[in-house]
Each structure stands twice: as structure tokens, then as C-alpha cells.
Design a protein around this ligand. Structure first.
Ligand code: NAD
Length: 469
């Protein structure tokens, strides 16, 4: 593959004065170049979004039609864009393609979602309505794990509500978003969606820019705090979807053989690079050995390799800093006395490959239990008393999601309800849907995405009070 990936500003293809290399994580080599936007180009994108706003906000039915057309483009071009995702992100081709299809599903969902207009009083005195108004220009900033899908989680509701957008993907995965801008040039009026690429600095130019009224950010806790601080002087609205350290609590009545596939999938999907993946598992003494063995068996059996190759289930870690971080956290756990029931080491050769790793005989306090590893290594922690397990699950600044596993689903649901997190799953994990609000407690975020609640995050409430007196 070698093509010219251009930015989209005011509906046109725009190259930047400079470019930066995008690495294929399966080889560690630069695969493509992406534009490195200048400050003037960001200004042009913001001005274009601001100018497009007046027309775009005025025609709800045109917006719905455009979102449906955008969904169709995703479905029609899923393989082509899926290849780009695999090239820059590393995930298997089938998952890259599925991510594009999912982006289409999300666009379709929002195209049909109602923008409510509620009458709260209608009597002899007044007609009082509460309506949802768009905010203006939205600055959208995304991470590298699901670049296209997470862009759509912002784009679809923001545009439906009548906002316009400037989108900046991660410098590790800019190509799929550049392609998104390109394929939507014929679908959206100029300026409604601008896509710019560059380094982290471009993100900070966006959050301190005077045009956007809203920042929709997905990424790490550390950057999320910087975004919130940058937004404060201008009182820009923010939605922050940040990191997680999701606990899974296995109860004594669970059947290790029956839950192992789902627990493994919930932890290792996208090679563990999911904000709401299972990142630590709490298991009672009586089941500990069986759960460790069942998960280790699966970790040893999966096929890791270049996502472009047939039959590969797990690709590389997306980028060198993350690969080094996962390597360091696993080495630290092993040095501290943990046992690698499966994996435990980087895979020799080019690319950022790491063995799917199950860590046993490990406790809270180990860095890989307390911190977000965001990679293919899962610590399994033993507990004696379930109250203690719940306290340990909650004993963190994170609060994205969590799950509880057991044969008695009512009891599992009761315990899940005590987890301090935005999504509490029972006998499943990572079950996400467009109509289900997704967000974090505590440091895992501010606000939610998806469902009507996610849509409201791209609106301001307005009261229209008509006096009849
Ligand atoms: P990151 O915070 O390093 O970067 C995210 C984005 O922010 C990138 O586009 C980056 O260029 C930009 N950025 C960096 N510095 C900035 C600044 N000062 N101002 C504005 N923008 C800036 O995160 P990452 O490493 O790309 O992604 C991994 C993290 O994202 C993990 O912590 C993961 O849990 C989290 N995540 C959360 C969700 C969620 O929905 N809650 C989803 C996916 C990933």
C-alpha cells in the first residue's frame, strides 16, 4: 500500500507542509506518511467548521440523510478501510473490517435517534418547552486502539445534534481517520467534518483554540486531566472517556470451564488494548488453580501474528512505548514473585509482539494489578472473602467497568451493582451497544457516550417559554 493520505479541510483534500511516519506495528517499519498539520491549517479547519455550522444546524432531515449515507459508505468500503486499520493498528483484518462495519452501525443508530422536544407546561398561562440545541464546533480527539469506531461515537451524535467537527486521531493511527474524512467528502457539506493530523501538540492547540465550544476526548487519564484544564478558562464543555482497570470477580459458584472463554475474550480482545477490557481477575481460593489453568490453556493456544495473515487471532501491540510498558509491567510482576502460567515475554523478531500472558500468584500492590496495563497480560488475584474482593475491586481511582461471574445470576448482579463503575456486567464483559451509555466513574471519565445520554452531551438545554397571558 502506498497512497497519498490527505487531510480534509472545508471539504477539500489538503496536504501539510510536513509529514510524519506511520509505523506498521507488525514490522516496526514506517509504512506510510501522514500530514503534520500546521497551526494555520488547524485555524482553517476551525474556521471552516464554524462557517458550516449555521447551515448544518438548520436542517435536521438533511443531517439524518447524511448520517445514513455515511453509514452506507462504511458498509460498502469496510474491507478497504479495514486494511488501513490493520496496517496502522495491528488488529487482525477481520477485526479491522468489523470495526468499520460497527462504525456504520453506530452512524445508522444515531441517524434515527430522536432529538427530544419536551413540553413541560401547556396551560392558560404559558407553553413551556425544553429543547436540545447544538453547541457549535466540536473538537474531537481520539486514541489508537479503535480509531475509527471511537471517532464515530463522537461524530454521529455530534453531527446529528447539529454541531460541526474538527477531528484529530492519534499520531499512531491517523490513516483510517484521514480515509474517513476522504470518503465522507461527497456525503457531508464542506466544513461539517474536518480531519487534521499531527502530534500531541496539535491536540493541545485544539483544546486551547477559541472556536470549539465542546471537546470530546478519548484517551488516557493523564491527558484527560490536561484536556480538562485546557478547557476550563473558556468554559468549554468536555466529555472525557479515559482509562480503566476493570476488575472481574469470579464467585464461588462459577464453573471455571464454562466462563473461561468469555473471561479470556473480555481480557484479550484487541490484544488487551481496550479501555474496558478485564485488567485483573479476582478468584476465590477454591477455584484459583482451575481458573488460572483454564485461562493459561487459552493463552497458549491462540495464534499471534501479523494481522494481515489468515487465521491470526491477535496482532502486535500497537506502538513501541506501549510495548515497552507492557514488557516492563510483566517483568516487574515476575521479579516480584509472580508466576507466568502462560507467556511472560516479548516474542522475538520484528514488530511489537508479546506472548499472551497469564500471571498467577500475584497480589494487589503489584504494578500490573494496580495500574492500567492496556496489553496482552492478565493478573489473576486470589481472594478468601468476597467482601474483601469487592473492596479491592473498588479500591482504585479508576471506575470504567467491571464484571461478576457466577451461577446464581441474581447474587452476581447484586454484587455487580456494588462495583463503583459506569458499566457493571454479569457473566459477560465488553458487551457494548449503540443504545447503551458508556462512561466512567472517578478518574475514568466525565460524561458518557452512546444512547440518548451520549447525544445530550453534544447539546445545550434551552427552555422556550411562550407566555399566553
Ligand atoms: P493518550 O491520552 O496518549 O492520547 C489520546 C489522544 O490525545 C491522542 O490523539 C493524542 O495525540 C492526544 N493528546 C496527547 N496529548 C494531548 C494534549 N496535551 N492535549 C490534547 N490532546 C492530546 O491515549 P492513548 O495512549 O492514545 O490511548 C490509550 C488510552 O486511552 C488508555 O488509557 C485507554 O484506556 C484510553 N481509552 C479510553 C476509552 C474510553 O472510552 N473510556 C476508549 C479507548 C481508550
Amino acid at each position: 500500500m502506498s497512497e497519498n493520505f490527505s487531510m480534509t479541510i472545508d471539504g477539500r483534500a489538503v496536504d501539510a507542509p510536513a509529514t510524519f511516519g506511520v509505523i506498521n506495528p507488525a514490522t516496526g517499519e514506517v509504512a506510510e506518511q501522514a500530514p503534520d498539520a500546521s497551526r494555520e491549517q488547524l485555524d482553517a479547519a476551525m474556521a471552516s467548521a464554524r462557517d458550516a455550522y449555521a447551515g448544518w444546524r438548520g436542517d435536521e432531515s438533511a443531517r439524518r440523510k447524511a448520517l445514513l449515507a455515511a453509514a452506507d459508505v462504511m458498509f460498502a468500503r469496510s474491507e478497504e478501510i479495514g486494511r488501513i486499520l490493520t496496517l496502522e493498528q495491528g488488529k487482525p483484518l477481520s477485526e479491522g473490517t468489523m470495526e468499520v462495519v460497527a462504525a456504520g452501525v453506530w452512524l445508522k443508530y444515531f441517524a434515527d435517534l430522536e432529538l427530544p422536544r419536551e413540553v413541560i407546561q401547556d396551560d392558560g398561562n404559558a407553553l413551556v418547552e425544553v429543547v436540545r440545541r447544538p453547541m457549535g464546533v466540536v473538537a474531537a480527539i481520539t486514541p489508537w486502539n479503535y480509531p475509527l469506531l471511537l471517532a464515530t461515537w463522537k461524530l454521529a451524535p455530534a453531527l446529528l445534534a447539529g454541531n460541526t467537527m474538527v477531528l484529530k486521531p492519534s499520531p499512531f493511527t491517523p490513516l483510517s481517520s484521514l480515509k474517513l474524512g476522504e470518503v465522507l467528502r461527497d456525503v457531508l457539506p464542506p466544513g461539517v467534518l474536518n480531519v487534521v493530523t499531527g502530534g500531541d501538540e496539535l491536540g493541545s492547540w485544539m483544546t486551547s483554540h477559541d472556536v470549539p465550544r465542546k471537546i470530546s476526548f478519548t484517551g488516557s487519564v493523564a491527558t484527560g486531566k490536561r484536556v480538562a484544564a485546557a478547557a476550563a478558562p473558556d468554559l468549554k464543555r468536555v466529555t472525557l472517556e479515559l482509562g480503566g482497570n476493570d476488575p472481574a470477580i469470579v464467585l464461588e459458584d462459577a464453573d471455571p470451564a464454562a466462563i473461561a472463554d468469555k473471561v479470556f475474550g473480555g481480557a484479550f480482545q484487541n490484544n488487551g488494548q481496550v479501555c474496558s477490557a478485564i485488567k485483573r481477575v479476582y478468584v476465590p481460593d477454591s477455584l484459583y488453580g482451575d481458573v488460572v489453568d483454564a485461562l493459561a490453556e487459552r493463552a497458549k493456544a491462540v495464534k499471534v501474528g501479523d494481522g494481515m495473515e489468515d487465521g491470526v487471532q491477535y496482532g502486535p501491540i500497537n506502538n513501541r512505548p506501549q510495548y515497552e510498558r507492557v514488557s516492563e509491567l510483566v517483568a516487574d510482576a515476575l521479579a516480584g514473585g509472580a508466576r507466568a502460567a502462560a507467556g511472560g515475554r516479548p516474542i522475538d523478531g520484528p514488530g511489537y509482539f508479546f506472548e499472551p500472558t497469564i500471571l498467577a500468584d500475584i497480589e494487589d500492590g503489584a504494578r500490573i494489578v494496580d495500574e492500567e496495563q492496556f496489553g496482552p497480560a492478565l493478573p489473576i488475584v486470589k481472594y478468601t472473602n468476597v467482601e474483601d474482593a469487592i473492596a479491592r475491586a473498588n479500591g482504585t481511582h479508576f471506575g470504567l467497568s467491571g464484571s461478576v461471574w457466577g451461577a446464581d445470576a441474581d447474587r452476581a448482579a447484586e454484587i455487580a451493582g456494588r462495583l463503583e463503575c459506569g458499566t457493571a456486567w454479569v457473566n459477560t464483559h465488553l458487551a457494548l451497544a449503540p443504545n447503551q451509555p458508556f462512561g466512567g466513574f472517578k478518574w475514568s471519565g466525565v460524561g458518557v457516550e452512546n444512547g440518548p445520554w451520549g447525544l445530550y452531551g453534544f447539546t445545550e438545554l434551552q427552555v422556550v417559554h411562550r407566555s399566553k397571558g
